[in-house]
Write a protein that binds this ligand. Sequence first.
Ligand code: SAM
Length: 387
Amino acid sequence: MEALLSAITPASTRLPGAAAAPADAERAGLLDSALFAHAESVSNRFFGKDVYYRGIVEFSNVCENDCGYCGIRKHQRRARRYTMPADEVVEVADWAFKHRMGTLMLQSGELNTPQRLKYLVEVVQAVKARTQALDAEQRSLDPSQLPKDTTGLGLCVALSVGELPREQYQTLRDAGADRYLLRIESSNPELYASIHPPAQKWENRVRCLRDLKDIGFMIGTGVMVGLPGQTLRDLAGDVMFFRDLGADMIGMGPYITEAGTPVADMWAAQFEGVDKGAHMKEMLTLTTRMNALARVTLGNVNIAATTALQAIDAVGREIALRRGANVLMPILTPTKFREHYTLYEGKPCITDTAEECQKCLNARLSMVDKKLRPGVWGDPPSYRQSV
Ligand code: SAM
């Protein structure tokens, strides 16, 4: 814990948002360079230059929860609500498979209703059936003849649809879903409580993560970096939380304010008078430092260079790929829905098409001497070792 803490804090007196003294800045720069180089070498050892894609479809912004930071929370009045028709999601899956994405992530607001469960089961089954058939056609194989291993036919389906009862997770797993992403948001229960309404309990998030793992999902989790009230000790605790949970994938992003949310007001009160642009650049460094520490501590898990990094810096994700991250998540949501899935201010790519996103990312990867590993699920070696 103390070692992690000192690596997160190269300039030991610095707290998020506070300016470093010049002497500290020089020392911090040297320590950062060493940490980032080490993280890159660990990534290279496990993944070489390979980057895995997870195409993400934000299929609904309807949400019954009220997370204090989120632009699609139930009480965010500006959000125009939508749910994509199931067949449009399958069309996107078709496109993703043909463009060799390997994994499709279905993400939404949270809704614990029988109708939503039915919709999800139908979509998961249809995506699996459709892409397995396409794959079998291509490989001239009968899908039923294939061994049930972790890298199978068609697309790997990942879900990111929030907290549900264990039985629903089991139903979704039985329908064919392979992975589940549920960020813990913060491993500190008190900080978690300060950014969620009382009905949303930290203990339930942990219960969900444990149930998901127990049921056999590959699990992803993560936190937001730079939340009001967050300390560097909280962040060190987050890395230990990931390790203790046995996460297969980590997705961390900077916290970005969204007007009209309670946490944006908390942020404004804490950082009053701070140069926001400079602060957010610091959060980019802090987030990539967290990615690097996760890489060094957890070894061969998958780590995402998240979209929120690009909201801060046009090449934020590319920077992350040189500091321990090995996964990119191009947004495949049809353009007509994108602007309504606004989690935070300045979310990038909201007017782009899936084609544009993919072309853009391919070009960006070559800039940082990485290359797409197309058409594979990209299971983390950590998961393959544990099954
Ligand atoms: N509802 C599902 C859940 O909570 O797991 C998935 C959708 S939720 C919108 C996806 C993630 O967006 C959250 O886990 C959170 O970390 C991130 N997010 C929401 N608001 C954000 C903000 N203002 N800044 C940065 N990330 C944010």
